[in-house]
Design a protein around this ligand. Structure first.
Ligand code: HSE
Length: 337
């Protein structure tokens, strides 16, 4: 089989971006043998050249200028793993407008700008893919796409934040203090640069808004999520839940009520006979209910560099093979008067 080269630009070479670079280096031959695609990193936007070299990339691909990325004709797919809304959202839009496929892990930028980014991708006939933005390595978007082919999704419910799930698990099973468990989650590369996004439920709200937007086919904004984090959960509550045979979990739920979606992120007691009570550490699980297929549960590592990089690399290959075909249709939200 003749191979073709696909040029990649990485925006951000931190924990996730670095893992993507390493995956491409280590798995490049296997990927090429399976798909006929040779992935080549041609640009890496990072604060310092050192980071780029630490990720095992040649120093000459390093840049600090987005212009050098969007203006580089050898770049086919831009992979964004910077996090935060700006400048990431602007870079994503610019990349699409410049005719690049875009793969992002950035739930905040996507949740806040979903309709605009999907429109930019469709206008330029390019892919906008984001498997890694929700549920880390779990093929959630692929499954949701498949379910949505002939179902009306009426309910989404699950655990979508690895950091808080790790903290709650360690508090329950080892009686670890909250602050120490959070430090461990940071050390393991699960937490956001500012872990407030995790522990106050913002990260879960972004992810829920993305899932609900796909189910609804219109942009559901993160502000529509009724959000409570885990900072108010006490060690006593965690211990009591365990003594009752269940667990306190940060549950993200979206339910179709008539034509309206009701969205909520909050700590809840989950009884021991429910599957979600047994989702431990950095794992996530999401139950998607369609009107024809019924409930479907997806489970796997929701946070961590390798699972996240795995989802990103799979998106890069999908972008290279299918182009705009997998870009979702997300219409802007109707204005409320
Ligand atoms: N901070 C996120 C989490 C990373 O803990 O789930 C994965 O999106």
């Amino acid at each position: 089989m003749a191979s073709r080269e696909v040029g990649i630009a990485l925006l951000g070479v931190g924990i996730v971006g670095g893992a993507v670079a390493r995956t491409i280096t280590e798995q490049g031959d296997v990927i090429e043998a399976r798909t006929g695609i040779r992935l080549v990193v041609r640009r890496a936007l990072a604060r310092s050249r050192e980071r780029v070299v630490q990720a095992g990339l040649p120093p000459e691909v390093a840049t600090t200028e987005i212009e050098e990325v969007v203006g580089d004709e050898r770049v086919d797919v831009v992979v964004e793993a910077m996090g935060g809304e700006e400048p990431a959202a602007t870079y994503l839009r610019r990349s699409l407008e410049a005719g690049k496929h875009v793969v992002t892990a950035n739930k905040e930028a996507l949740a806040k700008n979903f309709a605009e980014l999907a429109a930019a991708a469709r206008a330029s006939g390019r892919a906008l893919l984001f498997e890694a933005s929700v549920g880390g390595g779990i093929p959630l978007m692929a499954s949701l796409r498949q379910i949505l082919a002939d179902n009306r999704v009426t309910r989404i419910r699950g655990i979508v934040n690895g950091t808080t799930n790790y903290i709650l698990t360690q508090m329950a099973e080892r009686r670890t203090a909250y602050a120490e468990a959070l430090r461990e989650a940071q050390r393991l590369g699960y937490a956001e640069p500012d872990p407030t996004a995790d522990v106050e439920g913002y990260d879960a709200a972004y992810k829920l808004a993305i899932l609900a937007s796909l189910a609804a086919g219109r942009h559901i904004r993160p502000e529509q999520v009724d959000r409570t984090g885990i900072t108010g959960v006490t060690p006593e509550q965690v211990a009591e839940a365990r003594a009752r045979g269940g667990a306190i979990k940060l549950i993200a739920g979206a339910e179709l009520d008539g034509e309206e979606w009701r969205l909520r992120v909050a700590p809840e007691f989950v009884p021991g006979d429910h599957l979600l009570a047994h989702v431990r550490l950095n794992f996530n699980a999401v139950e998607i209910t369609g009107d024809r297929v019924g409930p479907v549960v997806l489970y796997g590592q929701g946070a961590g560099p390798l699972p996240t990089a795995s989802a990103i690399v799979s998106d890069i290959l999908d972008a290279a093979r299918f182009g705009a075909a997998l870009t979702p249709h997300i219409v802007p939200q109707m204005s409320r008067t």
